[in-house]
Design a protein. Sequence first.
Length: 281
Amino acid sequence: MNHFYKISEAIKYIDLHLNEALTVQAIAEQFAFSPYYFHRLFTAIVGKSLIAYVRDRRIAYACKMLNETDQKVLEIALDFGFDSAQGFSRTFKSITGMTPTEYRSRKIAPCIVPATELVRRFTNRLKGGILMNPDMIKKEKIVLAGVSGFGNETAESWKRFIKLYKEAPPTGKRSEDSYEVRIYDSLTEQERVFVGCEVNGGCDGYEILQIPSSEYASFDVYVKEGYESENSAMEEWLASNEKGYVRNLLEGKPYCIEHYDARFDDSNDESIVEIWLPVKK
């Protein structure tokens, strides 16, 4: 997975350049990403923004310098990209709970996890092709025009939709994106699938599915790795998330949405699909 490898290399690069100006723009260019996509992918893999990650690594290594050297606080601050001892001290205290001078006087030896070990840990967040730090997004009501079928006939449903789409393109189409919605009925123990595109209203010849506004945990999924919509990794996230999110239902039924945008290309190893898991608190 080339993109994941690049983020891993970026993590190692950051440790070697903590005394330099490390911006999203600069690092994204270094590893041939757009700033927007680099920020999104880095946050998904690492679990925090680039700015927060760089800040935390700088403070961690500053702790090491305070413990192992007699360098002045100002010198350490400047070595790690801070403009002043005051700004460094404020940031240091916000993270460690004490000033740099207090930290040094206590002779605390910091435990710094090497970049290579961090890469290994972050790699473990990729389960079944799914990055386990989802974006939380809010979507208003979505109106889809398409076709439906049983869950075990998904490929056939896509064929029917594509055929219909070519013969009679839907009116009021909102984008080139497409969607696959999977709905599980616990009473019949059957799964239904709806595939289609987003529209403004009804379309002749198409079935219509309306999905109420909801918050979603949006997972980036690398198709090459293989995945399932109801991947156990997402269930693990749902069970362990610290903000108390639980499933949101559609007419009392569990569902999830696969969103196919410009990043999806089934002939490309870097192809990505988003899976939206509807949630509420």
